[in-house]
Design a protein around this ligand. Structure first.
Ligand code: GLY
Length: 364
């Protein structure tokens, strides 16, 4: 088992990574003196495969447990789903002595986190991510959200969990297409450090595509380490350090929204990274040679991205609604070099159109 620590203003919390780390849950609940009334929000598929192990780790406490089985999707990341959770919590008389345990992928974690941060002004939360995307990104760092109207993650909070348990057993039953969907965030991390991780992923991209679990466990640890370090420096995206994690995301959110969330977040991030690299070139932050090297990795996964053709004007308008918008200008996270990410950069409408046009040329 490997352990990372996320340092935050209120508390530090552990991220445990390994096979069977779920079995540490009872010990963790005792150590951190957490409530023993459990509201378990669990993904439908995960529950199908792992209900006995989930019960085994929660039943010893012999207190109140409610299981809410969710078929989470980007569409269900809504106020309506939240209302359903609040209704069950209140009807079953869950009080402030409740521990919410979120077992599932990124969308489930986002909704569960939002419910935990708001129900009775906040109850403790443990994340048990079960998809590649949630293991490497969304379960760490305390972002919670629901989508509203056309805008992704428009309503949300920062709310750090008590712990994150990344049990690699869960990945065994995750379909390969789900792993591919998580690759966008994995690839993103490889631009945030000196380039070694990028080269490694480039040479081992086949292992990722084939869902090699041994290699995935190394990749998850590497990504979680980068994420934990960034969050420890800038928990609430105040100093700007955390914004580097949004590399490719301004474009990605627009691709997702434009497809009515039919394209998965991870795949949209792959496309968004390509657009951000072209925009970086357009703004002369990188040379042609750097561009060529930087697009090589996301393009390895080109056949999986399935981006439908798009209208630049519509995408531009969607980006204007992005939550990172300030003073009517869209802000981008762009790249100058590996490990040198620039945040809050503005771009002219024509530069954005040009980056989108290049993205279309290489992807569609
Ligand atoms: N996924 C970006 C962040 O956690 O800040």
């Amino acid at each position: 088992m490997k352990k990372l620590t996320v340092k935050t203003a209120l508390d530090n919390y552990p991220v445990l990574i390994g096979v069977d780390v779920f079995n540490f849950l009872p010990q963790l609940i005792e150590e951190r003196n957490l409530p023993k009334r459990f509201f378990v929000i669990v993904d439908e598929n995960v529950f199908k495969h792992f209900s006995s192990i989930i019960n085994k780790n929660l039943n010893p406490f012999g207190t109140k447990i409610s299981f809410i089985i969710l078929k989470a999707s980007e569409k269900s990341k809504s106020l309506k789903t939240l209302q359903r959770l609040y209704t069950i919590l209140s009807e079953k008389n869950f009080g402030r002595d409740t521990l919410i345990v979120a077992i599932g992928g990124g969308t489930l974690g986002d909704i569960a986190g939002f419910a935990a941060s708001t129900y009775m002004r906040g109850v403790p939360l443990i994340h048990i991510p079960t998809t590649l995307l949630s293991c490497v990104d969304s379960s760490i760092g305390g972002k919670t959200a629901v989508n509203f109207k056309d805008a992704k993650n428009l309503i949300g909070t920062f709310y750090q969990p008590e712990a994150v348990l990344i049990d690699l057993n869960f990945l065994e039953t995750v379909p390969r297409k789900e792993i591919i969907s998580g690759l966008g965030e994995v690839v993103k991390y490889s631009y945030l450090t000196n380039g070694d991780f990028y080269e490694e992923l480039l040479s081992k991209s086949n292992k990722l595509i084939k869902k090699d679990l041994d290699y995935l466990s190394r990749v998850i640890y590497e990504c979680a380490k980068i994420k934990a370090a960034v969050i420890s420096k800038d928990e609430k995206e105040i100093s700007g350090v955390r914004k580097i994690l949004n590399f490719g995301h301004t474009f990605a959110h627009a691709f997702e929204s434009n497809s009515s969330y039919k394209i998965s977040h991870g795949k949209a991030v792959l496309a968004g990274i390509i657009s951000a690299i072209y925009l970086s070139r357009k703004k002369e932050l990188i040379s042609d040679n750097q561009l060529k090297r930087m697009v090589e990795l996301p393009l390895k996964f080109k056949s999986f991205i399935n981006l439908k053709d798009f209208d630049e004007k519509k995408l531009f308008n969607l980006m204007s609604y992005d939550k990172k918008r300030k003073d009517e200008k869209i802000k981008f996270v762009l790249i100058k070099n590996f490990g040198e990410i620039l945040v809050d950069l503005e771009a002219q409408r024509k530069e954005i159109h040009c980056a989108l046009k290049k993205t279309r040329e290489v992807l569609i």
